[in-house]
Design a binder for this molecule. Structure first.
Ligand code: ATP
Ligand code: MG
Length: 699
């Protein structure tokens, strides 16, 4: 009897190759994650490798927790001393242990996207800008630079010598980073950036290499440059590195993931064992065949052949609704009529905002649902407000949380006064509570007394009592009483309180900074244990998961593929991979739904059509619930075979060397023409434009 008995031969082979580098390159549902999980249990139980020598990395908290649970079951012993986590949690752990070597104290805070955004908003307000972008766009630009390891000081050098950088953006970037530093905080990109720095430190690296001798990475196709480098540095001594992934499921290019990391793995190490898995265990053959018919349209796909011995199963249902409400009601009805356990259903969508109507209609049918990812529990206003007090008590130097606490509940302390306090603190090297002395008004005094009282209280009481005290003393409930969803908010606060009680049960001596550290990276919904709910999530957050029945909502033109992607063949391919991920989450039943009208940015758009990707699909596996009208004004009989994204013949009117003018990029020169795309060099760089759409964008 071996732990590996439940693997097929190829999986077994991969699991047993423990020393040296290896790669499992295989399609969805072929057991990549299962193989890693079994491999780890095998290494510990049957090879006697120490648990603390193993490092397993994956992408979401949910995936990490699931993997940990499964390993625990297989080994039948606890996994506390084994590092199975996301890259970010792993990074945070290392930085708390060794950060002092690169200038951080171990109690640094983590700023989430919202926190970062509020800093940027403040900076924008302060600086007078010529070309203002949205705060989100600035933040994206900053993350991108950090990924390329260009910090403000490096960027400044670029400003001085090159045209690819500008002073205005430098000012924002510099101020943003200074602000983080002052608050002893890191944003998500910093965590990876500084973790990479740690793995370059001559003193620290050997310690880490000896500790993490065996490295395993799931979803390797989505690693970005920093993650890639971290793994490479850690693995460079023992070279026991196994990565698994699927180039057809690479969906994070917009965040810097680089598909070539997986394709080049062979070149990075000598004697790489490459294992391909071709049997899909997850889905019915109808679902698998449909997914295959989609992904084969991608030029970047290596053309894996996945097969299954699973049953044929039901046909895939396509449903077109008049409105998003009708679409959601249809989904609710199918779930209701099935009489099955709610945890067998997942509803996936391209963009977050789609969840609201679906949630609402499910609720109307009495169906419980839960949104994963998206606005996580800890991102809700009432939770962030209360957390800001806890964080400020723990670290009175934290500017974002100081500003949040002092303005929630409202205390009639104006922005100007707050700016004065901040300035006064910075000038005189005071923390923000001390700096409340900047003027002598009753309101500031009152807030100062309150905070000093709470800090005092925190020294002699546990965290749940402290939370209670904060709620009482700030009269927080009275403050939110007038807001929308008051009851929900109170329930959330109750939930926060419960979660602290729960942690205190296991850790009676829980310290405030310890607590803040543990929650700052988790979004509680990732760990939701309530299983009898329908799960709602974006396709991005569904990666690696599987569900008996999957609904893909909003399968319509303009929404999916995202209309912005249509200009660029690379982006269409990324959207197509995203669709492939969505389809391959389904085990038994799959529904594609769309609506002919939808409100986008406050304007309702009518006459919407089914997704362009519908024309990639082999119709043998699809059953229409209601007839699709002729969406592309082709003869009706042709509709099902017409594919607006499909190859056009290579008799393009565009010729190499020709000068063209693009509606957004301006003048450019045609570099390459093939049957799928036209490559044009613009002043902003080279762009690929889908051949059949070129006429729309080029004049
Ligand atoms: P994805 O690309 O979506 O992440 P994956 O390749 O990681 O998929 P897994 O999630 O590991 O695939 O496996 C898919 C399903 O098939 C799981 O339910 C898993 O338990 C099952 N499975 C995989 N291999 C086997 C096997 N040899 N015997 C029985 N079931 C298997
Ligand atoms: Mg997987």
């Amino acid at each position: 009897m071996s732990i590996l008995d439940n693997l097929n031969d190829m999986q077994k082979k991969a699991a047993k190759l423990v020393e040296g580098p290896g790669l499992i390159l295989a399609g969805a549902g072929s057991g990549k994650t299962r193989t890693i999980t079994y491999k780890i249990a095998y290494m510990v139980k049957e090879m006697g490798i120490e648990k603390e020598n193993i490092l397993a990395l994956t992408f979401t908290n949910k995936a990490a927790n699931e993997m940990k649970e499964r390993i625990k079951k297989l080994m039948n012993e606890n996994t506390a001393d084994m590092q199975v986590s996301t890259f970010h949690s792993f990074g945070v752990k290392l930085l708390r242990m060794y950060g002092s070597n690169i200038g951080f104290t171990s109690n640094f805070n983590i700023y989430d996207t919202d926190d970062s955004m509020s800093i940027i908003k403040k900076i924008i307000k302060k600086l007078v800008l010529r070309n203002e972008l949205t705060p989100r766009a600035y933040l994206a630009k900053i993350s991108k630079l950090k990924e390329d390891e260009i910090m403000p000081e490096d960027y400044e050098k670029m400003v001085n010598i090159s045209i690819n950088a500008n002073r205005e953006f430098y000012d924002i970037y510099k101020e943003y980073q200074d602000e983080l530093k002052k608050s002893n905080s890191m944003d998500f990109s910093d965590i990876l950036y500084y973790t990479k720095k740690l793995t370059e430190n001559k003193r620290i690296l050997p310690i880490l290499q000896d500790r993490y001798r065996y490295i395993l990475v799931d979803e390797y196709q989505d690693t970005n440059k920093l993650q890639y480098a971290i793994i490479k540095n850690l693995a460079s001594k023992y070279k026991n590195i196994w990565v698994v992934g699927d180039e057809d499921q690479s969906i994070y290019a917009f965040r810097g993931a680089d598909i070539s990391n997986i394709l080049n793995f062979e070149k990075d190490y000598d004697n790489v064992n490459i294992i391909r898995l071709e049997q899909n265990y997850r889905s019915t053959s109808n679902i698998l065949n449909l997914a295959n018919s989609v992904i084969k349209n991608n030029m970047t796909s290596l053309g894996k052949k996945l097969w299954t011995t699973n049953e044929e199963g039901k046909k895939i249902v396509l449903f077109d609704a008049e409105t998003p409400y009708q679409e959601a009601r249809y989904i609710a009805k199918v779930i209701k009529l099935s009489n099955r356990n709610l945890n067998e259903f997942a509803i996936l969508y391209r963009t977050n905002y789609q969840s609201r109507i679906i949630e609402q209609e499910l609720l109307a049918e009495g169906i419980k649902s839960q949104v994963y990812g998206g606005l996580s529990f800890y991102s809700r206003k009432e939770i962030k407000d209360l957390m800001s007090y806890l964080i400020l008590i723990n670290n009175p130097n934290d500017s974002v949380n100081f500003e949040r606490a002092i303005t929630n509940p409202k205390r009639k302390i104006g922005a100007k006064t707050i700016a004065d306090i901040v300035e006064y603190a910075n000038k005189n090297n005071l923390n923000y509570i001390e700096a409340l002395d900047v003027n002598n008004t009753a309101k500031l005094k009152e807030f100062k007394n309150l905070m000093e009282y709470l800090i005092d209280f925190s020294e002699n009481n546990n965290i749940s009592s402290l939370l209670q005290e904060i709620i009482d003393k700030t009269e927080y409930l009275a403050y939110i009483e007038k807001e929308d969803n008051y009851e929900d908010r109170v329930l959330n606060i109750q939930e926060l309180y419960n979660s602290i009680i729960e942690i205190e049960k296991n850790n009676t001596d829980l310290k405030l900074d310890e607590y803040i550290q543990t929650i700052s990276l988790s979004s509680s919904l990732d760990d939701m244990s309530d299983n009898s709910v329908v799960k709602l999530m974006t396709i991005h957050s569904s990666k690696g998961l599987e569900f008996e029945t999957v609904f893909l909502a909003g399968f319509e033109s303009g929404l999916f593929p995202n209309s912005k992607s249509l200009e660029d063949e690379n982006e269409i391919e990324e959207e197509r991979r995203l669709l492939y991920v969505a389809l391959t989450r389904a085990e038994k039943e799959l529904y594609l739904t769309y609506s002919k009208s939808r409100m986008v940015n406050g304007v309702t758009i009518y006459n919407k059509m089914v997704s362009e990707f519908f024309y990639d699909m082999d119709k043998n596996y699809i059953n229409h619930i209601n007839k699709i009208e002729n969406p592309y004004k082709k003869p009706a009989s042709n509709v099902e075979n017409f594919n607006p994204l499909k190859k056009i013949k290579n008799d393009s009117k565009y010729k190499i060397g020709q000068i063209v003018i693009h509606k957004s990029y301006g003048k450019g020169k045609v570099k390459k023409v093939d049957d799928k795309a036209i490559t044009v060099e613009f002043s902003v760089g080279e762009k690929r434009i889908a051949a059949n759409l070129a006429d729309k964008f080029l004049i």
